[in-house]
Design a protein around this ligand. Sequence first.
Ligand code: GLU
Length: 280
Amino acid sequence: MFVTRFAPSPTGPLHLGHAYSACLAHDMARDAGGTFLLRIEDIDQSRARPEWEAQIDTDLHWLGLDWPTPVLRQSERSDAYLAALDKLTALGLTYPCQCRRADIEAAAGAPQEGVPQFGPDGRIYPGTCRGRPMSDRGPDDVIRLNMTRAAQLLPELTFTETGPLHAGDHRVSPLALVDTVGDPILLRRGMGGSYHLSVVVDDAHQSVSHVIRGADLFDATPLHVVLQTLLDLPVPVYHHHRLIRDDTGRRLAKRDDARAIARYREDGMTPAQLRQLVGL
Ligand code: GLU
């Protein structure tokens, strides 16, 4: 059974890039006789707004998309994320971290040739708190995954990619992720989980068989496969699509109000014309 999802964060207007992603996922599900789901990734409650969620609903319906309701909201799923976190803790793979961004910058040291400084979770964490036990956890701490220890538990992993840019079977060496990802955050301050943890828990919970999303998340996929394997969750097929760029070649961001779907609608464009604009 083919199940896919579009998973926007309600932190701003959907733009042309979102329209492309949502329509592509919807069309692929339709062509496969499968299901297209909408998931609201409102895990960061300090940035999510109900009015943006309402706008997502309006924009996607205007584009002609339909999905089963009620939709899953990540803000209602913290128990599931905490259960996953407990499982990783029981495996001895988590530690509390009190480092703030400035501490991490200061501890990062000078760049070394051939060693990446940034990964899919931002600046690669230098490991300052890695020796702290979970019993030492303070109220302001984040929780991180000890990737070195995780790599010791895991064999080499694989995932299948069907997107045009990286199509094929990909090998994931968990040991290589120690350098390219580092120790990612699993639980952020004031949130029910981190993006990486919540996305793998929810994709499994919703039986998502095909993850269709922008190419900017391709580099996060090895980390997602590691988390899925540690949590005994199935690894879906991945399809990372090209990104829609502005006239200067930059990828669109939430602040690109000029390319918001709502703006094109107000200017009188039809959904068919908008699809054409993004190359669908
Ligand atoms: N919520 C993410 C975003 O808006 C998408 C995550 C995903 O598709 O895995 O970029």
